[in-house]
Write a protein that binds this ligand. Structure first.
Ligand SMILES: Nc1ncnc2c1ncn2[C@@H]1O[C@H](COP(=O)(O)OP(=O)(O)OP(=O)(O)O)[C@@H](O)[C@H]1O
Ligand SMILES: [Mg+2]
Length: 428
């Protein structure tokens, strides 16, 4: 295997340099690249002081590309390059540093360095070197490679239905399963709470991105994004309610398209209104999750919205919009069959009612999929596995549940789709 790389093109990289100026300019140049070489290992000590821990980081992350600054000591640096290229995995080494004599350049190539760039580096020559490397190693040019990410919008017409809880936990779990770049986008510009659910205090918000979008690039985007410790990234709602009127449909559309080219998954928490922001999110979404509780007020609200939602884009297949019943209780007053016949739509998934666990997670800012063995967490994990096709074996359920797969529960007639959900939970 030639290093870690996510399926939509994010590439694991490493940088070994004591030169702060070089480290900063490398970071800036890489941020502009559409293939997202992320510097997951950064070593900033002299070669002789590189510790076992740092070597072990390199081994674990197994970067596909390593930027190695020889300036400190070109001779020792070349020995280190040789060590890296001989230590198992196939890696791409890019050397930087002082102008080298022909003899040293030859030695650099023999040590496994495929490209050498004298410092200071500039974007043009670095990008050209990387593209040459990718061509040589059979990787497609960066721009060709990145396919737009998948956007999933979570919507509920009734307040307090759990859309933020679902959006946040879904994003965290999808990211855990795939390790693909995953963004939570909070489009509830007035009262968005995704950051709160993640225990994050965002410095910037999606409104800052909207305001500065005319000069949006990857670097600017990075400065507005918060990264949660789980690895998921967040573009939060503003702390003070934003004036939603100032955001036009075109602005939001442009931003959504821009984000799709930077992330593999974008989970959008939408507000409870049909303003420009919400409609644009629906338009751009590859998948819509409609969330409802199985109670009359929620179902009535959903019934009133459905005609509008179904008319949004008649060209899309019925699977584009899927119904999820939240706070589900198998002994609830309204059965899933009744929900289906009221709404004229199949129930795609159920998320069980788990009041205390869900509330605790929201109050502590710790997504429940990371902490809890709660029913709700299990259902979200299974849903994430279904979406991504990645079945995690980590939290394997007890055998008794495995034995229950495919068996209907006594006295309960399950819609086919919920049987699929049980299977997914058992695969977890
Ligand atoms: N499956 C569940 N079991 C128990 N409680 C839940 C469940 N899902 C959500 N809740 C609770 O419901 C409340 C509302 O959840 P949440 O804030 O996610 O909903 P929302 O649709 O985003 O609401 P808002 O209209 O404020 O945006 C929270 O107190 C949350 O803890
Ligand atoms: Mg909400």
């Amino acid at each position: 295997m030639a290093g870690k790389s996510s399926k939509n093109g994010s590439v694991t990289g490493a940088m070994i340099s004591r030169d702060a100026e070089f480290r900063q300019s490398l970071n800036e140049i890489l941020q502009e690249r559409p293939d997202f070489i992320s510097l997951d290992v950064e070593i900033a000590v002299p070669f002789m002081e590189i510790s076992d821990n740092e070597l072990s980081d390199l081994k674990v992350m197994n970067p596909e590309i390593i930027f190695l600054d020889l300036e400190d000591d070109p001779h020792i640096g070349l020995k280190f390059a040789q060590y890296l290229s001989e230590s198992g995995e196939l890696r791409t080494l890019v050397g930087v540093g002082p102008e080298l004599s022909n003899e040293l350049l030859l030695q650099a190539m023999q040590s496994g360095i495929s490209e050498y760039l004298p410092k200071p580096i500039d974007a043009e020559s670095l990008n050209a070197a990387i593209e040459r490397l990718w061509r040589r190693t059979g990787r497609k040019a960066a721009v060709e490679e990145r396919a737009p990410g998948k956007m999933i919008a979570v919507f509920s017409p009734k307040g307090g239905s759990g859309s933020t809880t679902l959006a946040v936990n879904l994003a965290v779990q999808i990211n855990r399963l795939t390790r693909d770049r995953t963004l939570i986008l909070d489009l509830d510009l007035e009262l968005g709470e995704t950051a709160l659910h993640l225990g994050i205090e965002p410095r910037f918000s999606v409104v800052d991105l909207i305001r500065n979008f005319h000069r949006a690039d990857s670097g600017l985007l990075a400065s507005y994004i918060e990264r949660h410790e789980s690895g998921v990234e967040v573009l939060a709602a503003p702390i003070k309610p934003a004036d939603v009127e100032m955001v036009s449909e075109d602005q939001i559309l442009n931003i959504l398209q821009f984000l799709k080219h930077h992330y593999d998954y974008i989970i959008v928490d939408t507000p409870k209104s049909f303003g420009a922001t919400t409609l644009s999110a629906f338009e751009q979404a590859d998948q819509m999750f409609l969330l409802t509780a199985a109670d009359l007020p929620s179902l009535r609200n959903m019934m009133r919205c459905l005609p509008l939602l179904q008319n949004l884009d008649p060209r899309r297949g019925p699977e584009w919009m899927r119904l999820i019943v939240n706070r589900y209780e198998s002994k609830g007053m309204i059965s899933l069959g009744e929900v289906e016949s009221m709404l004229g739509m199949k129930v795609f998934w159920t998320l069980r009612n788990d009041y205390e666990a869900v509330l605790l997670s929201a109050n502590t800012g710790e997504p429940i999929v990371l902490t809890g063995g709660s029913d709700f967490a299990r259902d979200v994990r299974a849903l994430s596995a279904e979406i991504t096709g990645v079945k995690s074996l980590k939290d394997a359920p007890k055998n008794w549940l495995r034995n229950m797969v495919g068996k209907p529960l006594k006295g309960v007639k399950m819609p086919a789709v919920v049987a699929t959900q049980q299977e997914a939970i058992a695969h977890e």
